[in-house]
Design a protein around this ligand. Structure first.
Ligand code: F6R
Length: 260
């Protein structure tokens, strides 16, 4: 795992966006896994600037959302379909036909989850998966005790997650209770993982994910099993990492030939 400690949220966005851009430059029709929430917004804004400046071409890119609430109409402003349209598809001028979001309104949610897994497979798998991390260590909506081998399925949101996401709704009561989320096993199959975290509220989760035991109690610790996982954090989110000096040293001395 590569752990990169950066000065602030802008640097996190720039360095993480450059990983995503590199995957798209390697393969014009790359398949990108898209997290929602606050953490990746800087990545999307940075990519959008590069697209606007002609430095990056995303016209052939396919996107797969990580998760979706169950029961929200697709046009609800907080459905992840809407959020991704607003924060990714529109600013990057991504082809809306190439955006996939789990169908949280499906009458048969199990079938919708299976169809989502099939769609990822049919697209050739995810080249680079963007991830945030919950304060409880979740990635996607794989809450603590999620199976490390899980596939896309329905999950019940933890009370902590509903409280954390209340800021996007009127109150935590309005946050849906269930979601469809890619599983940890699904996420592990992406060819590269790019996890970003900013702020002190994420410091415990980041430390547990990076330096704690591999455990379903911290679902993000599953990144330890991935051969190409990068964790990009600001100083505050890095503040509980024991080996922070090592991570700084490694990044400062990373040779150009190792940066691809
Ligand atoms: C959202 C998602 C979640 C968030 C996490 C952090 O698609 O998968 O795992 O990444 O809850 O949320 P923020 O970034 O809002 O702190």
């Amino acid at each position: 795992m590569e752990v990169v400690v950066l000065a602030d949220a802008d640097e996190v966005a720039r360095v993480a966006a450059s990983r995503v851009a590199a995957a798209i430059r390697r393969r014009r029709d790359a398949v990108v896994g898209l997290a929602t929430g606050s953490s990746p917004l800087g990545i999307y804004a940075t990519l959008a600037r590069w697209v606007a400046g002609g430095e990056l071409d995303v016209r052939a890119v396919t996107g797969f959302a990580l998760d979706e609430y169950v029961g929200l109409p697709a046009e609800h402003p907080q459905s992840y379909a809407s959020v991704i349209r607003r924060t990714v598809t529109a600013p990057l001028h991504l082809d809306p036909a190439r955006l996939h979001v789990p169908d949280g309104r499906a009458a048969d949610l199990r079938a919708a989850a299976e169809a989502y897994e099939r769609a990822i497979r049919d697209a050739g798998g995810i080249d680079v998966q963007i991830l945030g991390i919950g304060a409880n260590g979740h990635i996607g909506f794989n809450e603590p005790t999620s199976s490390l081998a899980s596939r896309t399925r329905v999950k019940t949101l933890a009370p902590r997650t509903r409280a954390d996401n209340a800021r996007f709704f009127g109150s935590s009561d309005e946050v849906p209770t269930h979601c469809l989320t890619q599983g940890l096993g699904t996420i592990l199959e992406a060819r590269e993982l790019v996890l970003v975290a900013q702020g002190e509220a994420k410091a415990d989760a980041v430390a547990a994910a990076v330096e704690g035991p591999l455990s379903s109690m911290c679902p993000a610790s599953v990144l330890q099993l991935h051969p190409r996982a990068g964790v990009y954090v600001d100083e505050a989110a890095a503040s509980r990492l024991r080996l922070v000096d090592y991570y700084r040293h490694t990044w400062a001395h990373k040779p150009e030939w190792q940066r691809g």
